[in-house]
Design a protein around this ligand. Structure first.
Ligand SMILES: Cc1cc2nc3c(=O)[nH]c(=O)nc-3n(C[C@H](O)[C@H](O)[C@H](O)COP(=O)(O)OP(=O)(O)OC[C@H]3O[C@@H](n4cnc5c(N)ncnc54)[C@H](O)[C@@H]3O)c2cc1C
Ligand code: FES
Length: 254
């Protein structure tokens, strides 16, 4: 494992990209040069006392001199992050975790649920070929990605339905690796849709409530097959789909 490092990063740009969804760009050549698709950073929302812990956000893509994050504003930490303005200096720990396992020359099928697609751009920029399937509740939850196939539950963008309807035997046959990211229930539905013979190709980007973000506090367990747990922050967040104990993970909730 490489050394965990903390940086003072300057906010370069911040905007509301979709209702309740913020895009923020940080200047930080050190994190950008070390980052791998699927990794995340731990952002200090405020140098004041609350929230005490940092907030984990996936690196959506690299920029000229740094990296971009997309996040949902869901609580105090992300509210404070949404208030960050260009020029603000923010403590950022990273890059953290183990990202997607990418075989050179492999073709990818990316399956995302809503904001779960945050992070796909970095993966798309790093592989030779990627087909992207996105499902969301409505159009205002769809991250714009080039040439992706979209369905929405209310039919406001693309076809009406769930992302599982877009998964075909042909796509699975043509694909070497499958990346899945989104809410647990959506990922489980995708997993159940994929026939046994293709399941070894599946990698899953997990989420868990986090404390430290680098393996110390034991606060981010993901149930794995065989009855044990793995640390989302250090042994993940990306795991082979076959390693996840889907039943226990779903029951654990978040
Ligand atoms: C490895 C990793 C990568 C992530 N990447 C992204 C990303 O790219 N974009 C993004 O929008 N979010 C991402 N998240 C989720 C994000 O970290 C949480 O939404 C955030 O920490 C909430 O902080 P808060 O203080 O605003 O909300 P809190 O007040 O802490 O919580 C508000 C609500 O959000 C839920 N929540 C809190 N933490 C999580 C979590 N880890 N996963 C799911 N729900 C949570 C809580 O249950 C609660 O309902 C990621 C999480 C992990 C573990
Ligand atoms: S968040 Fe502390 S061990 Fe994973």
């Amino acid at each position: 494992m490489s050394a965990i490092r903390d940086f003072d990063c300057a906010v370069k740009h911040s905007e509301q990209m979709l209702p309740g969804v913020v895009r923020i760009v940080f200047d930080c050549a050190e994190i950008a040069s070390a980052a791998f698709p699927g990794q995340f950073v731990q952002i200090e929302p405020s140098p004041d006392a609350f929230p005490v812990t940092r907030r984990p956000i996936t690196i959506n893509r690299l920029t000229k001199n740094g990296f971009e994050l997309l996040f949902d504003v869901v609580g105090r930490g992300t509210e404070l992050m949404a208030e960050m303005k260009p020029g603000d200096m923010v403590r950022v720990l990273g890059p953290l975790g183990i990202g997607w396992a990418i075989d050179p020359g492999s073709s990818w099928l990316l399956i995302g649920g809503g904001l779960g697609a945050a992070g796909f751009q970095f993966l798309m920029d790093s592989v030779v070929s990627a087909t992207v399937l996105i499902g969301a509740s409505s159009s205002d939850r769809v991250i714009p990605l080039e040439a992706c196939h979209v369905v929405t539950e209310d039919g406001s963008l693309g076809g009406k339905g769930l992302v599982t309807a877009l998964i075909s035997e042909k796509l699975l046959d043509e694909t070497d690796s499958i990346a899945v990211c989104g809410p647990v229930a959506m990922m489980e539905a995708v997993w159940n849709t994929i026939p046994e013979k293709h399941r070894d190709k599946v990698q899953v980007s997990t989420e868990s409530r986090m404390g430290c973000g680098w393996g110390v506090c034991d606060g981010c367990s993901i149930p794995v097959s065989g009855g044990g747990y793995k640390k989302c922050c250090q042994e993940g967040p990306v795991f082979p789909g076959v390693e996840i104990d889907w039943k226990r993970w779903k029951e654990a909730g978040l």
